[in-house]
Design a protein around this ligand. Structure first.
Ligand code: PMP
Length: 277
């Protein structure tokens, strides 16, 4: 596997990360995870757009054009013969002695590499279980920054409870999950939290809403409560790696019939038809 670091394609063992990298000691950086199916980048333009938006909101100047970023990703895919997997790219604000103000001299540092990842077919087919937890993150969850400690803690809490995901809520209003967006179906209507500052604007969230419109499923981007969540007919998560995965039990309570629901199945079938055939 070869990596991209500081303007070069290099072997992993040749990368030297400086202790002065602001990404390392402040989490002062941003990232994206691109999905690769069949050697091709999935929804590349949408990922680039989100990266640009996050960069501009945290006042970090991207060192490359959109075309150059896509070129780096494609060269990683080709150079590593990646057929199915992900490309991780992070950009930190650069190297400077530890001090809060933006450094005047530092250049942003790009790190990118790919990982082979198979589609999680078992959970896509059979669903998962989740627990609910308070959402303790900051108020800019729409920005894809390196500061993921609350998400890491939430995910570990799920694993400690023997389930796969945590559904986050702010005083009873469901936002999203530790590493995915959440949607529910109630009386044939799809509900999901609006794409504001409280959730990450997921690429697969947008894809699923597009597919729902195409399938004439009514969509309401409105907040809903944990009670409505538990009363839903179907609950599922969306994300670049989880795709569309049903949640069948929440806090030990069975959702709907306890099996992946019919609307979720229609969306999954449409997703596979659109991206995987
Ligand atoms: N919310 C959070 C907190 C995430 O980390 C992610 C990405 N894994 C998502 C939602 C889903 O976003 P995407 O569809 O772009 O992967």
């Amino acid at each position: 596997m070869y990596y991209f670091y500081k303007n070069e394609f290099v072997h992993k063992q040749d990368i030297q990360i400086s202790p002065d990298d602001r990404g390392y000691y402040f989490g002062d950086g941003i990232y994206e995870v691109f999905r690769v199916y069949n050697g091709q980048i999935y929804e590349g333009a949408a990922h680039i757009q989100r990266l640009e938006r996050t960069a501009s909101e945290v006042r970090l100047q991207l060192p490359y054009s959109n075309e150059e970023i896509i070129d780096i990703i494609n060269r990683l895919i080709q150079g590593n013969n990646l057929v199915e997997g992900t490309v991780y790219m992070q950009i930190t604000r650069g190297e400077a002695p530890r001090a809060h103000p933006f450094p005047t001299q530092a250049e942003p540092i790009v790190l990118a590499y790919c990982t082979e990842v198979k589609r999680p077919l078992t959970t896509i087919q059979n669903g998962i279980q989740a627990i609910t937890q308070p959402d303790i993150r900051w108020l800019r969850c729409d920005l894809k920054t390196l500061n993921l400690l609350p998400n890491v803690l939430a995910k570990q809490t799920a694993l400690d409870h023997g389930v796969q995901e945590v559904i986050l809520h702010r005083e009873g209003t469901v936002t999203e999950c530790s590493a995915s967006n959440l949607m529910i179906i109630k009386d044939d209507v799809l509900y999901t939290h609006p794409a504001n500052h409280l959730i990450l604007h997921g690429i697969t969230r947008a894809v699923v809403l597009r597919l729902a419109h195409a399938l004439h499923i009514q969509v309401k981007e409105e907040p809903f409560t944990t009670n409505q969540l538990l009363q839903a007919d179907e609950v599922f998560i969306t994300g670049t790696t989880v795709e569309i995965t049903s949640i069948l039990r929440i806090d030990g309570q069975v959702i709907g019939t306890g099996t992946p629901g019919p609307t979720t199945q229609r969306l999954k079938a449409e997703f596979e038809k659109t991206f995987l055939q």
